[in-house]
Design a protein around this ligand. Structure first.
Ligand code: AKG
Ligand code: FE2
Length: 345
C-alpha cells in the first residue's frame, strides 16, 4: 500500500486490480468526457500526411501543402522526414521498458520535484493548476535535452542500459527536423526560411515520454486534458494503441497511429509569430480500457527570457516574454486556448 508521503503514480492505481472504478479525482465532468458527441473517428476527416522527400517533391507544392495543413489543422503527419524508423522504434522500446520492466521503487528514485512546474524526471501531475483540477490518467518521464548545457543524462533512467544513448540520439534528430519544419513553415508564410527559428532563438528542447496505463473507465477519464502546447513546435510519436485527438471545427478527431510517421503540432509561439495566420492545435489524449499506451512528445521552446512577437503588421497579439507566458499557463491551467487568447489585441 502507498504511504502518504510517497508519490502515487497512475500505473500503481491501474495495477491495483481490486479497483474496477477510477478514484473520483480522475473523473471528468460530462462536458469534457471523451464520449461527448463532439468526438468522432478520423476516417471522416483525415488529418494531412505530408511527404518531405525533397528529391521527389516540387518545393512550391510542398510549401503549399504545409501552409494548408498549418492553416486548417495546426497539425499534420510527416513521412520521409529523415529520422531513421529504427530510432523511432528504439525510443518507444526504451520508454516502454522503463515503465513496464523497472520496479516502482526504482522508478520513484527519478521522481520529479513536485514544488516546481515541469521539472525533469518521473511524474504524474504536469498540468495541475489547482486542487480542483481533474487529474490526467497519465504518468510521464520528462527529459531536459537542449541546449546541451541543460542535458544531464545521469538524471535519466539507466535501464534499459541503452536508454540514455537512445535519448541523446533522438534529441539531436528531433532538433534537426524541427529546424527543417520551421524553415518550411516560414517559407509557406512568404517569410525568409530562417524567420521563425530566429524569432524563437536557441531551442529549449524537452522530451516527455507519456505512459497511459489501461483505464477501467475510459468513458469518464482523459489521459491528458485538452490543451495547446506552449512553445514553438512539438514532434510526437505514438505506439499502435492510439488515443491522440485534435480539435477541429468543433469536433475531436482521432489521430491514426502511423508507425514510421512523425506527428507535428504547431504550438502557441508559432501562432503568435505567424500573427494568427496559423493556429496552434488543441489536442488531448483519451484512455484505453485494455491496453497501456505510450507516446513521446518533443517540445521546442524559446528561452524563458525571449520576447516573442508577430512577424507581420499590424500585430494581432501582444509581445510576451516567454517565461511570463509559461507562468500564466501553469497558474491558470491549459483550459483549451485561454492563455493565448489573452494575448490577442
Ligand atoms: O499522448 C499524446 O498523444 C499527447 C501528448 C501531449 O499532448 C503532450 O505531451 O503535450
Ligand atoms: Fe500536447
Amino acid at each position: 500500500m502507498e504511504v502518504a508521503s510517497r508519490p502515487i503514480r497512475v500505473q500503481s492505481i491501474a495495477q491495483n486490480g481490486t479497483a474496477p472504478q477510477v478514484p473520483p479525482e480522475y473523473i471528468q465532468p460530462p462536458e469534457t468526457r471523451p464520449n461527448n458527441p463532439t468526438a468522432r473517428p478520423a476516417n471522416n476527416n483525415p488529418i494531412p500526411s505530408i511527404d518531405l522527400n525533397s528529391a521527389v517533391r516540387d518545393a512550391d507544392f510542398l510549401r503549399t501543402e504545409i501552409g494548408a495543413a498549418c492553416r486548417d489543422w495546426g497539425a499534420f503527419h510527416v513521412t520521409n522526414h529523415g529520422v531513421p524508423p529504427k530510432l523511432l522504434g528504439e525510443v518507444r522500446r526504451v520508454g516502454r521498458t522503463f515503465f513496464e520492466a523497472c520496479p516502482m521503487d526504482e522508478k520513484l528514485r527519478y521522481s520529479c520535484d513536485t514544488s516546481g512546474a515541469a521539472t525533469e524526471g518521473y511524474g504524474s501531475r504536469m498540468l495541475v493548476a489547482s486542487n480542483d483540477t481533474v487529474l490526467d490518467w497519465r504518468d510521464y518521464f520528462d527529459h531536459h535535452t537542449l541546449p546541451v548545457s541543460r542535458r544531464d543524462p545521469s538524471r535519466w533512467p539507466q535501464f534499459p542500459p541503452d536508454y540514455r544513448e537512445v535519448m541523446v540520439e533522438y534529441s539531436d534528430h528531433m532538433k534537426a527536423l524541427a529546424q527543417k519544419l520551421l524553415g518550411l513553415i516560414s517559407e509557406s508564410l512568404g517569410l525568409p526560411s530562417s524567420c521563425i527559428e530566429e524569432a524563437v532563438g536557441e531551442f529549449y528542447q524537452n522530451i516527455s515520454i507519456n505512459y497511459y496505463p489501461p483505464c477501467p473507465q475510459p468513458d469518464l477519464t482523459l489521459g491528458l486534458q485538452a490543451h495547446s502546447d506552449m512553445g514553438a513546435i512539438t514532434l510526437l510519436i505514438q505506439d499502435d494503441v492510439g488515443g491522440l485527438q485534435v480539435f477541429k471545427d468543433d469536433e475531436w478527431i482521432t489521430v491514426d497511429p502511423l508507425s514510421d510517421a512523425i506527428f507535428v503540432i504547431l504550438s502557441d509561439q508559432t501562432e503568435i509569430i505567424s500573427n494568427g495566420k496559423y493556429r496552434s492545435a488543441q489536442h488531448r489524449a483519451i484512455t484505453n480500457g485494455s491496453r497501456a499506451r505510450l507516446s513521446v512528445s518533443t517540445f521546442h521552446d524559446p528561452a524563458k527570457t525571449k520576447a516573442i512577437s508577430p512577424a507581420f503588421e499590424p500585430p494581432k497579439y501582444h509581445t510576451a516574454i516567454y517565461g511570463d507566458y509559461v507562468l500564466s499557463w501553469y497558474s491558470n491551467g491549459p483550459e483549451g486556448k485561454r492563455n493565448i487568447d489573452a494575448l490577442l489585441i
